[in-house]
Write a protein that binds this ligand. Structure first.
Ligand SMILES: NC(=O)c1ccc[n+]([C@@H]2O[C@H](COP(=O)([O-])OP(=O)(O)OC[C@H]3O[C@@H](n4cnc5c(N)ncnc54)[C@H](OP(=O)(O)O)[C@@H]3O)[C@@H](O)[C@H]2O)c1
Ligand SMILES: [Zn+2]
Ligand SMILES: [Zn+2]
Length: 350
């Protein structure tokens, strides 16, 4: 067994704290990675505090992992010791079903293996995530981090980047489209940057009027304070696509009415408490659609990393030592993230 050390929670009410645990030794198809940095996603908080059903304790969160390869199994062909690599939200899937064959492992029909809090198929128990010093992952789920990207700032691409890139691609965002991004947090700020790089006219919706200048700097063309009805009314029937990243229950109708006929708002935020149901009239009157999207497949994640490399895109990060993780969670709940916390794993030795 490989010895690991990291930060995890033993119950929904316990703060994250130092934990020692075992991982499998790398098998023939596995890559062992020394983790340099790990981003902090709001899903980590939802899971650690058991806001969604199904958290198995203890839980070690973290699925925005970057680091260096320290060992490879005999059958590994794509990576070698010393390579700079990443791991996102998935570490395995069935590799047999229709979705897996289409490169949509996130929709694996028997369920993908999450980077944390999923059944560990090799040694039993559950998978442990990236708030730790090392990880062992099948090479099929390892990504290559382009050399020109700052490593720490690239970590959030592994979840926040792909979760916004995938729906923007799927709903065919094009140059000149008017695209709304709702919420300027980890996902939202990547949504703004990526939609801008795709050539869209980007409108950022925020509940935090103080984020306006940042949004414009990050690539938004306009900023709307979503709690101001007059500002919202000015955009009725005008959007080609809206990507909603909000992590809390809120009124979806306020955004649905902003779509043109036949256009879609896609939800990626997964609040603990459900949203109030939208008014059907707001859908049928203009044949509008309300959709959802889950991260992105492995091939598409590599495509997104290469897109970010070409456009020089990374996340705006605030680096923290791992000892500050509980404080970071509390700030995330207050929408006080500029715009992704990233853990410097060197702090584990402190
Ligand atoms: N679908 C997927 O595959 C996927 C992947 C990753 C994460 N997620 C989910 O996506 C959500 C966002 O994650 P994140 O890491 O980006 O979180 P985050 O950094 O906390 O950002 C969420 C943003 O939502 C806005 N917000 C928060 N509370 C709000 C409220 N009560 N009303 C309106 N807006 C509010 C805030 O933006 P403003 O201050 O600008 O209003 C906040 O910065 C989480 O639920 C997470 O679990 C889903
Ligand atoms: Zn995430
Ligand atoms: Zn599958």
């Amino acid at each position: 067994m490989l010895k690991s050390v990291g930060y995890g929670a033993t119950s929904a009410h316990a703060p994250l704290d130092l934990m020692h645990f075992n991982r499998r030794d790398p098998g023939p198809g596995d890559v062992q990675i020394e983790i340099a940095f790990c981003g902090v996603c709001h899903s980590d908080l939802h899971t650690a505090r058991a806001e969604w059903e199904g958290t198995v304790f203890p839980v070690v969160p973290g699925h925005e992992i970057v680091g260096r390869v320290t060992a490879v199994g005999a059958e590994v062909s794509r990576y070698k010791i010393g390579d700079t690599v990443g791991v996102g939200c998935m570490v395995d899937s069935c590799q047999q079903c229709g979705s897996c064959h289409e490169g949509l492992e996130q929709y694996c029909e028997t369920g993908f293996t999450g980077t944390y809090n999923s059944p560990e198929k090799h040694i039993g128990g559950v998978t442990y995530g990236g708030y730790s010093n090392n990880i062992v992952v099948s090479e099929k789920f390892v990504l290559r981090i382009p050399d020109n990207l700052d490593l720490a700032a690239a970590a959030p691409l592994l979840c926040a980047g792909i979760t916004t890139y995938s729906p923007l691609k799927h709903w065919n965002v094009q140059k000149g489209h008017k695209v709304g991004i709702v919420g300027l947090g980890g996902l939202g700020h990547m949504g703004v940057k990526i939609a801008h790089a795709m050539g869209a006219h980007v409108v950022l919706f925020t509940t935090s009027s103080g984020k306006k200048d940042d949004a414009l700097r990050l690539g938004a063309d306009e900023v709307v304070v979503s709690t101001d009805p007059a500002q919202m009314a000015a955009h009725v029937n005008s959007f080609d696509f809206i990507l909603n990243t909000v992590a809390a229950s809120h009124d979806l109708d306020a955004f649905l009415v902003l779509l043109k006929r036949d256009r879609t708002m896609t939800l990626v935020g997964v609040p603990a408490k459900p949203h109030p149901s939208p008014q059907v009239f707001n859908l049928i009157g203009k044949r509008r659609q309300l959709a959802g999207s889950l991260i992105g497949g492995i091939a598409e994640t590599q495509e997104m990393l290469d897109f970010c490399s070409q456009h020089g895109l990374t996340s705006d990060i605030e680096m923290i030592p791992i000892q500050k993780i509980n404080e970071a969670y509390d700030r995330m709940l207050k929408s006080d993230v500029k715009y992704r916390f990233v853990i410097d794993m060197a702090s584990l030795e402190a």
